[in-house]
Design a protein. Sequence first.
Length: 301
Amino acid sequence: MAPTSLSSMTGFAAAQGAAPGWSWTVDIRSVNGRGLDLRFRMPEWIEGLEPEFRKALQGRLHRGTVNVSVRVQRDESVAGLALNPKALDHALSFLAEIESAARARGLSVRKISAADIATIRGVLDQTDTATQDIAALRSSVLETASTCVDAFLADRNSEGAAIATVIGSQIDRIESLVAEARAAAGDRDAAARQGMERAVSRLLDVTEVPDEARLIQELALIAVKNDVTEEIDRLGAHIGAARDLLTQDGAVGRKFDFLMQEFNREANTLCSKSQSTALTAVGLDLKALIDQMREQVQNIE
């Protein structure tokens, strides 16, 4: 069998980054989904983050519910102070009015220092040199995001390879059970043929013999209803199709899911037509194994 390239719909990756005045974390996680559902939680004040993330993921994913989280924090230890000229003008005007009013009433006002003025709310603003270049911050966050996306896809591929190994073993087991079903069906056919011959012999011994053409028709219908050759042959064809899907590139999860429905349909029919304890036992084992395999298939992208 050629190497598989299956990808799982479940995966996780996280990455961290930092720049002067800032630190950030990026994490991406996904679970099973019918289609591709991208969900984002990131700072809106950094323009362009979500479109870039969406573009990077949509081009490389096909199915799954994907949650992307970006957290950006400012390092307050590097924050500085900046003078607000407009607030300073207002503060000086107010102080001058207060001093003038106090003197008009004969009140003395102590001398106000520059330090006193600086403590007036709004005169000094806390600032950060990093805030002056959001574009550079955005670029750095996206660089970390790219690393996280690569790790996330690698995790999904690794999980997909593990799933493929399990499914490959299950296909081998199904093939073995189909061979057992074919052998059990052969034994059952021989016994059924002998039983039918005895029944016909007894029927021909009665006084009123049924119409020969009708008798042949009824026997043919019984034979068709009891024949499981087609079901066994179709199961064999499905085994080949499943092995082929394991080697295909791209998203094959939906195809695999449809194929499992066909597997299950043939196994059900096999059980309903078995009329043999041995064949029924094999059919039930097939149904259980097909159900286990379908659980694995549900995780494939």
